[in-house]
Design a protein around this ligand. Sequence first.
Ligand code: UDX
Length: 434
Amino acid sequence: MRISVIGTGYLGATHAAAMAELGHTVVGVDTDSAKVARLARGDVPFYEPGLTELVARHTRSGRLVFSDDMGAVADADVHFLCVGTPQAGGAQAADLAQVDAAVLRLAKAMRPDSVVVGKSTVPVGTAERLRGEVREATAGRARLLWNPEFLREGFAVADTLRPDRIVVGVQDEADAAVLAELYAPQIDAGVPFLVTDYATAELVKVAANAFLATKISFINAMADICDAAAADVTTLATAIGLDERIGSRFLRAGIGFGGGCLPKDIRAFMARADELGVGTSLAFLREVDRVNLQQREAAVRSAAVLLDDTVAGRRVAVLGVAFKPDSDDVRDSPALAIAAALHLQGAQVAVHDPRATANAARLYPTLDYVDSAEAALAGADLTMVLTEWQDYRNLEPAATAALVARRAVFDGRNVLDADRWRSAGWTYRGVGVR
Ligand code: UDX
């Protein structure tokens, strides 16, 4: 099929390349000419394992092209909307400006008999509204489907090529046929294909993210209890996770969740529930958000304890500022928020991250960004592991001790072996662990 993908961020660039991999002919369209020029050269402007190879392969094969001109969608049969829906300034709700602008321009440029498929995460009710706009612009001919995306950063290529499930919201069930054809290789390989109405499809996405966020805040609340009761949250998580009804994934306690999705999606979900008059049903998500933000404050307090209550003037090595490993994304990163908070309290914060320092420096230019973990550790009064990159998990306590001024370590992701670090003379603090 001939496909267009509108918006070439994490979601759009990955979807475009994956569709080319499935054998379709794809044009990725973005208003950012610089980004388009890079992608057209097979150069992905963010870090996502495996994506550069996939984009380069298909820009070479000719199945994948990029353009900053919406006119390029004219030949496509199916158009995927993959633009961002960030948190609105000064509000909890999602900002739909990019979605609205993209639909307006797309509806004018596309063939009236083509199909628009929304993938962006939107408040429930958006698809119904957009359907009206698309049909008005095409004299009632174009169809709109809603097909939420569940990819995780760091695993975006694998999640897109082999998703857990494909969910499609339609107005008329027959409309789903186009996506059944497009995703045939995945459906044939056994990926469940669920067809539903618009509202359910929109809600599946935010409900999934709300559940994942709740799981993380639940285990972080347990970590607090474990701290107070001298218990161990890692063993607790392993033990409760062995109950299949609970499951062991997404039960890692630490400094909490961040990124471009979970935080803003649960807030937008609460805002939409308020509009629908059922805000109290999601009141628990306020607590989920609160527990999550509290983890950052607790980490700053732990740092102060490890520095004997004198933060100002002390040298702190922050290892990891991406919101998770294998990503260069620092949007709403707990690690970066903690680094910045310590800097504001007067600490000299030396930050290392294998991929994310350039993005972090744009948000917080006043931190000291260094090129190696060793440079961050040199002379440190406190070492903080805040993103669990493999390199940091592998740190040797004895070798690390030779670099620092004081052997104090805060393990914000509970990934270091506390016993080994203590045996090497370190004062170790994790989150809810002994
Ligand atoms: C998330 C959803 O997983 C994905 O399905 C959706 O499409 C987009 O949002 P992503 O933002 O890439 O994906 O990251 P994810 O792997 O979910 O991690 C989110 C945050 O939670 C990270 O900051 C991570 O460090 C944190 N986390 C995750 C924990 O603190 N503990 C855990 O057990 C798991």
